[in-house]
Design a protein around this ligand. Structure first.
Ligand SMILES: Nc1ncnc2c1ncn2[C@@H]1O[C@H](COP(=O)(O)OP(=O)(O)OP(=O)(O)O)[C@@H](O)[C@H]1O
Ligand SMILES: [Mg+2]
Length: 250
């Protein structure tokens, strides 16, 4: 097993990108991207706009197929798997922005997230989500659009959790949320990681996110520039340059 020189390897990697080349029809974004993320940790992806952070999540969730290289989950190559197959393997994705059916109720939004589950099981899972998010439990019949921004993010995360994922991919959860609500969302992600799940998060609110994360990966033009424990990066005088662009200090 390869041991990273820059981080303390507590557990073997759950997710691995091995020299992954991926992108869009006329644009290669990930240039032999090599990175990993571990079980029970929040791994934070940072980097300037366009560095490829969202592309990493989309590739991991099967929305983009690598042109070369390997994406592995639990040691198994998952190149070319569809999002649906990956969901059933235990990977869930909460994309950037609002992803709810605003005119439908909280309950209905949750039901739509678990359509493939047997009815009785779905009911059970929804009850578990409600237990985790008492705010949602109080608003089951409210239209999703009437929830506050933080409650809507909770609903999105709750819906993703219906499949009991091992890994939660989440892209910029704090956008549009008041700082105090951002802390709530981060606390929730921390709890998930502490319960053994893995969280791979992209977040522009870097200082706050670092406080809740275990590890930080800074991307630069489609490659990994820095891989450090989050606490260490928080104290790094080069932090601003790492997520704003410019030459990264390794
Ligand atoms: N659907 C798409 N089709 C073509 N190009 C795309 C598409 N989505 C993203 N890109 C391009 O790929 C590059 C990387 O985009 P990506 O969304 O991964 O960046 P990012 O690091 O998430 O940036 P941001 O911080 O702005 O969200 C950018 O140059 C972007 O314009
Ligand atoms: Mg992005």
């Amino acid at each position: 097993m390869e041991i990273s020189s820059q981080t303390n390897l507590k557990t073997p990697p759950l997710i691995e990108f091995d020299k992954v080349v991926a992108g869009y029809t006329h644009l290669t974004v990930l240039n032999e991207m090599t990175l990993d993320a571990r079980k029970g940790e929040i791994t934070l992806l940072i980097g300037p706009n366009g560095a490829g952070k969202s592309t990493v999540l989309k590739t991991l969730f099967g929305m983009l197929t690598p042109r070369s290289g390997e994406v592995r989950f639990n040691g198994q190559v998952i190149n070319g798997r569809t999002p649906r197959q990956l969901l059933s393997k235990g990977i869930a994705f909460v994309p950037q922005g609002r992803n709810l059916f605003g005119s439908l109720s909280v309950l209905h939004n949750l039901e739509l997230g678990g359509l493939h589950l047997p009815k009785a099981l779905l009911k059970e899972r929804i009850a578990e989500v409600m237990e985790l998010f008492p705010r949602l439990a109080q608003r089951t019949d409210s239209r999703a659009a009437s929830l506050s921004g933080g409650e809507q993010k909770q609903l999105e995360v709750g819906r993703a959790l219906l499949v009991k994922p091992e890994v939660l991919l989440i892209d910029e959860p704090s956008i549009g949320l008041a700082p105090i609500i951002v802390q709530d969302v981060m606390t929730l992600l921390r709890k998930l990681a502490d319960s053994g799940k893995s969280v791979l998060m992209v977040e522009q609110n870097v200082r706050t996110a670092l406080k809740y994360s275990d590890r930080a990966l800074a991307l630069e033009m489609g490659t990994l520039a820095v891989d450090k424990p989050a606490a260490e990066l928080l104290d790094d005088p080069n932090l601003n340059r790492l997520f704003l662009g410019g030459h990264a200090a390794k």
